[in-house]
Ligand binder design. Structure first.
Ligand code: PEP
Ligand code: MN
Length: 337
């Protein structure tokens, strides 16, 4: 930690701070500048009481960490890109993966029609919500276990892997029994107990960014997964809330190079929740792929106008097939397959 002292302190005030740093088990190293004196406090913060509270001392201007607060997710901990195995696939490798399917699983026909169409167009993973985090309690909440069973059936029929959202700790075993990837949604991105429970299943986890979450907080939420001995984590940017109203959320594409710099883990882009409009999905996918996204998560519905949730943002089967065609040159330009 770096402790910045207020200017013009008496010797007595300064030595009181030094004494406290030593008392807490750190070795102080004083650096005297022209306008400020700063103290480097040397020691391992994980095994000592934090120096943060010194920020409350009248002699102290600021206490700043030197090290990043996350460890296992960081690029420093692991220089090479990590890949996440999902059945026979590797997310984060040479191949760009597309996860596609409806916002919610509605019935067998809807799911199987979508699954077959997205498979033919080139998707490798089927998405579909069985437990839906709806803003209003009066909106469709998902089919629950029946939805999970339909996803498993779609996997059997098409060979696609599946991803579905885990909403609550009470459903961990149930969801893990069916799914290949556990999706942690935006609204649960900092539900740390849920993250720990999901991590303990050992299943690959896709962690969406919270609605108003800073990237550091997102990385720290991911740290909960790796710190609980599950290395199979993907980050998913799905838009953050801003003042803009032309889109449902503001898709932060800068998250792609930032996550790549800060972390070794794959980054997935969800343009559907990001835009909240089907007409923007293709353009956002092209941007995401060009910027180095490892996978896309796209909402696709056989009849978006009659979807039970998120109808405005889901693309039709035809639009999805066109999207996959139009993405080809962008995938090649990014050096992916
Ligand atoms: C979804 O994928 O349908 C969903 C609810 O996502 P988010 O958590 O990003 O809102
Ligand atoms: Mn949705």
């Amino acid at each position: 930690m770096i402790v910045v002292l207020k200017p013009g302190l008496s010797k007595k005030d300064e030595s009181a701070v030094l004494k406290e740093i030593r008392r807490l088990g750190y070795r102080p190293h004083v650096i005297r500048g022209v306008a400020r004196t700063v103290i480097g406090a040397i020691g391992d913060e994980r095994t000592h009481q934090s120096l943060e509270a010194l920020g409350n001392w009248p002699q102290v201007e600021q206490v700043m960490p030197v090290q990043k607060r996350y460890k296992f997710v960081s690029r420093e901990a692991h220089r090479a890109d990590s890949t996440v195995p999902v059945r026979e696939h590797l997310i984060g490798g040479k191949k760009l993966h597309v996860m596609a399917g409806p916002c919610s699983v509605e019935d067998e026909r809807q799911l199987l029609t979508t699954a077959e169409a997205v498979r033919q167009a080139g998707a490798t993973i089927l998405r579909g919500g069985a437990f839906k985090p709806r803003t209003s309690p009066y909106e469709f909440q998902g089919l629950g276990e029946k939805g999970l069973k339909l996803l498993a059936k779609a996997r059997r029929v098409t060979g696609l892997a599946i991803i579905t959202e885990l909403l609550a700790e009470a459903h961990v075993e149930l969801v893990a029994e069916y799914t290949d990837i556990i999706q942690i949604g935006t609204r649960n991105a900092q539900n740390f107990q849920l993250l720990i429970a999901a991590a303990k299943t050992g299943k690959p986890i896709l962690l969406k960014r919270g609605l108003a979450m800073k990237i550091e907080e997102w990385l720290l939420a991911g740290e909960y997964v790796l710190a609980n001995e599950n290395p199979h984590l993907m980050f998913c940017e799905r838009g953050i809330r801003t003042f803009e109203t032309y889109t449902r959320n503001t898709l932060d594409l800068a998250a792609i190079p930032i996550i790549k710099q800060e972390s070794h883990l794959p980054i997935v882009i969800d343009p559907s929740q990001g835009a909240g409009r089907a007409d923007l999905v293709i353009a956002m996918c092209k941007g995401a792929v060009a910027m180095g996204a490892d996978a896309l998560l796209i909402e696709v519905h056989p009849n978006p106008a009659e979807a039970w949730s998120d109808g405005v943002q889901q693309v039709s089967l035809d639009q999805f097939a066109r999207l996959m065609q139009e993405l080809r040159p962008f995938i090649a330009a990014a050096g992916r397959e």
